[in-house]
Every structure is written in C-alpha cells, then in structure tokens.
Write a protein that binds this ligand. Structure first.
Ligand code: ZN
Ligand code: ZN
Length: 146
C-alpha cells in the first residue's frame, strides 16, 4: 500500500479552556484510526484519529499534563492533555522519538486535511463503531508487532 504524499499544512487551535494552543506548520506523516482498547478509553468512543507529525512541525504553547504507560512490549507511551480542561493534545512513544501523535479532533472545525490511510488494532474494533469500508485494516500495527 502506498500512502498519498501529504502537502504542508498550517493549522492552529486552542483547547476548550484556551490555556493550550497547538499549531502544525509543515508536512503531516501517516494518518490513521486506532481502535485499541487504550484509545477507546482515552477518547470515550470507538477509535482515535491520529496524525503523525514531526516534533519540529508542532508548536505547543501553555502548560500540559502527561500520563505515560508501559506497553506490553516495554515501550513507554504517553498521552498529553490540557491539565485544566482535559482536552487531548498529542501522544508519543519511546519507540519513535521526535514523532508526535497528534489528535486530529483537536483542530475541530479546521481538520478536513485529515485523511486516514488505515485502521490499526481492528481486532478490538466494535461493530457499533462504523469505519469507512475502503480503509485498509490491520489486526494490530501495520508493520510491527507489539
Ligand atoms: Zn484547556
Ligand atoms: Zn490505539
């Protein structure tokens, strides 16, 4: 599968309370949905919508809260959020330093640039969570096993 080349974007938004602002200026990498159990719990719905963005293209202002957990493989995965209003911001994995997993929903109202290319952790997707039929599905990760 080849993913389309994504052009540069320049988008900015603030969390619900306004304390944290994120801006992406540059090229967005892979975009995907993830239906793993952690994403279901963190988002309160059936899947997360994530865009991989190089750290140098992401500017975050304001104080952020963070929660890290160990995955089964030993990698550390963190989720960052506004400590005041709890809006999800971005995540990161110790396996991919320098890469931010940005929540597409943060840019609500200005995120038509989000074009997911795959669904990962399809094995835990629930039938009530509709995903476009054309989207390639992977039981877990596309390339690596966790
Ligand atoms: Zn906030
Ligand atoms: Zn997930």
């Amino acid at each position: 599968m080849t993913e389309p080349a994504h052009s540069s974007i320049d988008v900015q938004a603030s969390c619900a309370c306004g304390a944290v602002t994120m801006r992406i200026t540059g090229r967005v990498g892979s975009m995907f949905m993830c239906a793993c159990l952690h994403c279901q719990q963190a988002t309160g719905t059936g899947h997360s919508a994530v865009a991989l963005v190089a750290e140098r293209y992401l500017t975050v202002t304001g104080q952020i809260g963070s929660f890290a957990r160990q995955s089964a493989s030993g990698a550390s995965f963190s989720r960052n959020f506004c400590p005041c209003c709890a809006t999800p911001l971005f995540g990161g994995s110790s396996r991919a330093p320098g890469i931010c997993l940005v929540s597409a929903g943060f840019f609500a109202g200005n995120n038509s640039w989000f074009q997911p290319g795959q669904l990962i952790f399809a094995r835990t997707r629930q039938g009530w969570d509709a995903i476009a039929d054309h989207l390639p599905r992977h039981d877990t990760y596309r390339q690596e096993t966790d």
